[in-house]
Design a protein around this ligand. Structure first.
Ligand SMILES: *Cc1c(COP(=O)(O)O)cnc(C)c1O
Length: 338
């Protein structure tokens, strides 16, 4: 039985073309700033997002954490949604790495509004914890892959600029967001001070994330990366995979979104499914009927060859990616209905 892998879009394997690109990548020592492939990836993304500089690093967690540590000082706070990856899934890094506090807001499927942020910013008062960064996530993983509209990002960005509060984007799935909204990278570069971009999710590279921002910020982040042990040597093989992903595997993200919609429709016909969150990108979050347990349900589905993730006790998450094609979709339908 071939396993249908829907636990995460991190399960993608390098495609044959990507492997070729990795194999033939020119290499050097990146700690010395001499890996041509890493430099090419960094300048490609900096140019694409209209930012001065970029920094390649091993994971999205590291690039988010570098951004926070480079921006927020001990005793200050980050404002973000309560569903944020930076808060829920980064090992308490805001506190442990930056020594910072966090103010959690309850958004709509993980999306904040300008008025919510405005109301949350600490007053200029010595009793308060100083608000030093606003961090958004787009698409929102725990929000079922929800995306921000340009209008909303315009408002939030203008407000943060006026208040001189740095605005960070956890853009692990930023290319999925752009694939549905038609927004372009330079718009994000203008909206945000720093952006973390994952190459190893839907884009299909085996490893790596890139942080973009201005020169001074990236210089700081680079020092933090080194301190965390993330300075790497001939990382060009991984960077070449990232370049290949950007050149060849962005255009196909729409397919993942269509298959996610199909999964959601199939699930909505099942007796054990209560409802599904709206599907706009490659994430499907299904609410199971009361009295059922997500861990048990996930184990049952694994018996049928479908791998997915429990998302709290009442929800199950399916994520589509380049390792899940139309044939897998038909097999999924047969298996889940059996
Ligand atoms: C996957 C993910 C990250 C980064 O995760 P790593 O496993 O550290 O690469 C960051 N933010 C979001 C929203 C994610 O889904």
């Amino acid at each position: 039985m071939k396993i249908i892998e829907l636990r995460s879009d991190t399960f993608t394997l390098p495609t044959p073309g990507m492997r070729d690109a990795m194999f033939s990548a020119p290499l050097g020592d990146d700690v010395f700033g001499e890996d041509p492939s890493v430099l090419a990836l960094e300048s490609k993304l900096a140019n694409m997002f209209h930012k001065e500089a970029a920094l390649f690093c091993p994971s999205g967690t590291m690039s988010n954490q570098m951004a926070i540590s480079a921006t927020v000082s001990k005793g200050q706070e980050v404002i973000c949604d309560e569903l944020s990856h930076i808060y829920l899934y980064e090992g308490g890094g805001i506190m442990a790495n930056a020594g910072a506090s966090v103010k959690l807001l309850k958004g709509d499927l993980g999306r904040l509004t300008k008025s919510q942020i405005e109301a949350a910013i600490s007053p200029d008062d010595i009793h308060a914890c100083e608000s030093a960064m606003v961090s958004l996530e787009n698409t929102v993983n725990k929000g079922g892959g929800s995306v921000y509209s340009s209008e909303s990002l315009d408002e939030i960005s203008n407000f943060c600029k006026k208040k001189e509060i740095p605005l960070h984007l956890d853009g692990a799935r930023i290319f999925n967001a752009m694939a549905v909204t038609g927004q372009i990278p330079s718009q994000f570069g203008a909206w945000f001070d720093s952006i973390s971009i994952c190459l190893s999710k839907g884009l299909g590279a085996p490893v790596g994330s890139v942080l973009v921002g201005n020169e001074a910020f990236i210089k700081k982040a680079k020092r933090i990366r080194k301190r965390l042990g993330g300075g790497w040597r001939q990382a060009g093989m991984l960077a070449a995979a990232g370049i290949y992903a950007l050149d060849h595997q962005v255009v196909r993200l729409q397919e993942d979104h269509q298959r996610a919609k199909a999964i959601s429709e199939i699930c909505s016909t099942l007796l054990w499914v209560e409802s599904t969150l709206p599907v706009v990108t490659n994430i499907v979050i299904v609410k199971i009927r009361e009295g059922l347990n997500s861990t048990i349900k996930v184990a049952e589905l694994a018996q049928k060859g479908i791998k997915c993730s429990p998302f709290g006790a009442e929800y199950i998450r399916f994520v589509t990616h380049l390792g899940f094609d139309d044939e897998d979709l038909s097999r999924f339908e047969k298996a889940i209905k059996s």
